[in-house]
Design a protein around this ligand. Structure first.
Ligand code: AMP
Ligand code: ZN
Length: 115
């Protein structure tokens, strides 16, 4: 169920314009508006699934689909050889801004240690 206050639901439904660089009807990908690396893409399920911590069936299915799509998106972006990082933020300490599950694909520079 779409959340009317959710920015990613609004992008999913075309209420906020964004160029979808990948779309398979279940998940889509857009470039991050505030990139943290030369390549920074978000893989977002159409369905509004929220907290990773709940890990309910809908979240698990959506997260699995994002993971399934990410390598092909990375290949299309030309970053497979040099490598990339997949990130899913959860909760305040992670800096999560949007409570609609998504994967970040970060690439294009040495990303350094996690932390
Ligand atoms: P997170 O902190 O994991 O919730 O990530 C949310 C990401 O969404 C941040 O990196 C934001 O820069 C990004 N973001 C917010 N609004 C938009 C938008 N309209 N289009 C693309 N990316 C966005
Ligand atoms: Zn949403």
């Amino acid at each position: 169920m779409a959340d009317p206050n959710c920015i990613f639901c609004k992008i999913a439904q075309g209420e906020i314009p964004a160029e979808k660089i990948y779309d398979d009807g279940t998940v889509f990908a857009v470039r991050d508006i505030n990139p943290k690396a030369p390549t920074h893409v978000l893989v977002i399920p159409y369905e509004h699934v929220e907290a990773l911590a709940d890990a309910d069936a809908a979240l698990v299915a959506a997260a699995a689909h994002c993971l399934e799509a990410a390598p092909g998106i990375a290949r299309a972006l030309g970053v497979t050889g040099a490598g990339y990082r997949l990130v899913a933020n959860q909760g305040p300490d992670s800096g999560q801004e949007v409570p609609h599950f998504h994967l970040h694909i970060l690439a294009g520079r040495r990303l350094g240690p996690m932390g």
